[in-house]
Design a binder for this molecule. Structure first.
Ligand code: PHE
Length: 444
């Protein structure tokens, strides 16, 4: 099974930072606050928290366990515990890696915009206002150049491997992200109007509770925890055998949810601070204007009203988003790269170059046909593919793999697990409750 030279994360802290780095991304800082702001604030927050703990966390344990059991790339890990006729396992692995590559192809475009906004704020800080228009104005050339820059950055980190690339950069960047986040949220709270946003975020108005809201919250939870696309399976395969999976997964889920919650705490009040400063954020009917571009339009508009301090705050905010995006994009690229190095015996350098190049090409096609393809790729991957693959993974863990293999794997790293409640609940929960809950939400 595992080759002795296979890479591993060097420490548990390193693994948690890398897995949390994958989980914390644009989904937390852009997706979650935007969805919360357009879906009634507090109600979305509550449903989201339920989805994370009732569905996403047990799934995260399942994905990590499959990976650590297989000690290999996603395709081979799925096969490792598959009884007979492994075509299903291979198919699932291949679909997962195609979907994650497509996610990266749109993610890199958005991350490119962030780099543009960051450069713009940085130049404003130094009093340079000419020539910055290009950076923040939608155009094919800007989208292309910034996307390629971000892809090169991602490829650079992944090329250096698991411990020297992914782990090293995640352990550097994630703490920085937490600090920047804290400073920025504290700052927003000193501004007029922030309390109004806080109320919307924390006081529920149940009239917003609809089946669509539940579907959105479920999709958001899966996207945010990087589920259903083999990322956590691949990272799990680099986890040492003495790591306690349920506990590690809980820490990752808590960090991810904590960051999403804090992002809401920052962005919703910031919207109202912007409103106070004369930026229009709601239409006459009270609906959120430009929900998708909230962070790109509304927040910079707020920063602009704050002079030089605004430029600094803006630069910090976009730097934070870029860090979050990078620690996620490297986890996406690692999925196909690990398959290529192990299945096709390519060197890591070549695998990164070929696969990174291919994804950049796909991304370029999306950029050039932006209005036709961008929304389509986002919907196809995040709304349909991720929940469906996640559902298939629960079915594998619950019904296809031998139960003792999974439980045996869980026992490694936590020998006394049999005494705890997790042991009593999790196996049948993943087998029965998760698939039913997912189907219910999906068909609601
Ligand atoms: N979880 C990341 C985020 O919140 C996105 C992601 C999705 C990463 C799928 C890897 C795989 O932005």
């Amino acid at each position: 099974m595992a080759s002795s030279s296979r890479s591993q994360f060097s420490s548990r802290f390193g693994f948690i930072m890398a897995a949390a780095g994958s989980a914390v991304g644009l989904g937390n800082v852009w997706g979650f606050p935007t969805q919360a702001a357009s879906n009634g604030g507090a109600v979305f927050l509550i449903v989201y928290l339920c989805m994370v703990f009732l569905l996403a966390y047990p799934m995260l344990v399942a994905e990590m366990t499959i990976g650590r059991y297989g000690q290999s790339n996603a395709i081979r890990s799925f096969r490792a515990g598959w009884p007979k006729g492994q075509l299903g396992a291979i198919l699932l692995g291949v679909v997962g890696l195609v979907v994650v590559s497509l996610i990266l192809s749109f993610y890199a475009i958005v991350a490119g915009w962030l780099m543009g906004s960051f450069a713009d704020s940085g130049m404003n800080l130094f009093g340079i206002h000419d020539h910055t228009h290009w950076l923040t104005t939608f155009s094919t050339s800007r989208n292309l150049i910034l996307m390629v820059t971000f892809m090169l950055l991602t490829m650079y980190v992944v090329r250096n491997g698991v411990a020297d690339g992914i782990e090293k950069w995640s352990t550097r960047l994630m703490p920085l992200l937490f600090i920047l986040f804290f400073v920025l949220t504290a700052y927003i709270f000193t501004q007029d109007g922030a309390m109004e946003g806080l109320k919307m975020y924390l006081i529920p108005d149940l009239s917003h509770l609809t089946p669509e809201l539940c579907v959105s919250a479920m999709g958001q939870a899966f996207f945010s925890l990087s589920l259903g696309v083999c990322v956590m399976t691949t990272y799990g395969s680099y986890l040492k055998k003495d790591a306690n999976i349920p506990k590690t997964a809980a820490q990752v889920a808590l960090i991810d949810t904590g960051v999403a919650f804090t992002a809401g705490l920052m962005v919703l009040p910031a919207m109202f601070v912007a409103k106070q400063n004369g930026v229009q954020i709601f239409s006459d009917t009270g609906a959120l204007l430009n929900s998708d571009t909230l962070v790109f339009d509304v927040l910079p508009a707020m920063f602009n009203t704050m002079g030089i301090v605004g430029a600094l705050v803006g630069a910090i905010f976009f730097l934070l988003m870029i860090i979050a995006a990078l620690t996620s994009s490297i986890s996406m690229l690692e999925v196909p790269v690990s398959c290529a190095t192990e299945e096709l015996k390519l060197s890591r350098n070549k695998a990164v170059l070929f696969i990174g190049g291919l994804i950049t090409l796909v991304s370029a096609i999306v950029v050039v046909n932006f209005s036709d393809l961008f929304g389509l790729v986002v919907t196809f991957t995040t709304v349909y593919s991720q929940p469906i693959i996640a559902l298939l993974i629960t079915l594998i863990v619950g019904w296809i793999w031998n139960r003792n293999q999974i439980l045996g794997e869980l026992k490694q790293g936590c020998p006394d697990i049999e005494q705890g409640w997790f042991w009593k609940i999790w196996p049948w929960y993943v087998r029965v409750v998760c698939p039913i809950l997912m189907l219910l939400v999906f068909f609601a």
